[in-house]
Design a protein. Sequence first.
Length: 305
Amino acid sequence: MARFPLSLAIVLLAAAPAWGGGPLSVVTTSTDLKALVEAVGGDQVQAHSLAPPLHEPHAVEVRPGQFAELKAAALLVRIGLDHEPWLPRVLQTVGDSRFAPGSPHYLETSKVIRLLQAETPRLRAESRVHLHGFGNTHYWLDPENARLITGAILEALTRLAPADRAHFEANRKRFLEQLDAGLRRWAQAMAPYRGARVVVVHETWPYFAERFGLTVVAAVEPTPGVPPSPSYLASLTQKMKEAGVKLLIAEPSANASLVGQVAARSGARVVTLIPSVGGDPDARDYVALFDLNIKRLTDALAAAK
């Protein structure tokens, strides 16, 4: 969760200037949203992500200097749903009423997305909604959703800088041309593997799987963020053998011992995919993130045949 020296944060907030012209200062809650803001805003924005590209799922340690960045920002762009349980405390500390739903300085991009896994809320034993309780939050991993996200970003930036709308529209058009070329490239690469059965460690990949024709048989974490029991692991590895699952999709933050145990028991090959821009040197921007993941995935699928 967000941890910081409160006294230092207060000092930084007091010194932070409000936005007053020039490039729009934008703070995002992920490196993926930062990359998409930069794709639309170009040189008319300065974007900062509160979260690093790789971190414990749904937990972020916000540094004192980032509070000053948020206080100085013209716009906050967030993933939304229950992906950022650390954010309310950050906003409470900042104490800026601009960053509230309905404000032109606030954008929650989940509002424009068709969410997956939204039918049944997950509840903890103490009856609090669990992570992913409102739908799966990893929607940026369907590259087609970048079309909707950048459209929302375009409108948000235009509300704050209406004179720059043509600049934002031209930038977004160039980005969408790159995205469409990527979608054709990725679909062609994945075509021989459509329907391939996989198991994931964390429920990060349903949007990615739906876009590229993978069948997710199960997750190593049956409930997001909760370690699996020994009995569940035994039934999972048996299910993987019966279903002919040959690929286990992990992330850099996954428990290596647990991943190795499942792979050894099931005979599945492990492939590590990168969930966010900047999580690998080759995932330098949004399109490059998918170039990297599709290359890793197709190499693993070919080897697992």
